[in-house]
Design a binder for this molecule. Sequence first.
Ligand SMILES: [Ca+2]
Ligand SMILES: [Ca+2]
Length: 261
Amino acid sequence: MADDEQEESDAGNDDSEVTSDQIVDGIIDYIKKVDKSVAEVFKVIDLNSDKRISGPELQTWLKEVGIADLAPPDVMMTLGLIDENKDGYISLSELRSAVGEKASALGLLLEAVEDIVDSAVEGAKELVEDAKRVWDTEQSLLAAAFPNLPWLADKRVNRGIIVFSLVGGLLYLYNAFIGLAAGPSGSRDHSLDLTAMLIPGYDYNGYNAALAPHFDPLSFLVFVGLGALLFFAQYSTPPMDGGGGATAPPAAASEDASEEE
Ligand SMILES: [Ca+2]
Ligand SMILES: [Ca+2]
């Protein structure tokens, strides 16, 4: 009887605080009860979608679904029971093995595809951001290279350079591969030859075009030049806080001052 009383008083103490084991059981029960896969529940818990569940994320979710309202140390105790590799986060596979769900091959494949699509979307977003930054730049590489030509540091001038070099480049490609000039047959299948047009003696029996696809050195040089122009229309310094170039302007100013004297 004395032993029973002892056990009862122990149990009484435990009632006030739910153990981490019980909470893990609660999580497992919850996931098994809701008609969702572990991956779906994982996505709900992973608020910032970085593919790992942090302590605060677990804490928020446990409170939200009514499993437990825990203080941070207890959250970390619970998290630690599921966190097999002890990196402080719960990964999807760790949650899976805790629940005892085996991922299907199809499920794993779909997740892999989703990851690839995710990173492709991220890449596309960055590309658009980059293009936007170039389009809006006022301090292009060209403007930085020619500080005494202030009109180069004009957004509209830089946009003009971008459009000019892009259109010129496309025109070159169209001319070289498909042809801008009409040939003897009357259809536009001849490439205008800039070399033949500008340098005497390089024409084709008095004709300044040849059947496409056709490449001539001068046109190609112009194409490379346009490509370089497009490259130099990029912003010279990515927007950063506290760049290392802060010392450059005063040095240039002092040089100007010494020249004036
Ligand atoms: Ca997260
Ligand atoms: Ca982990």
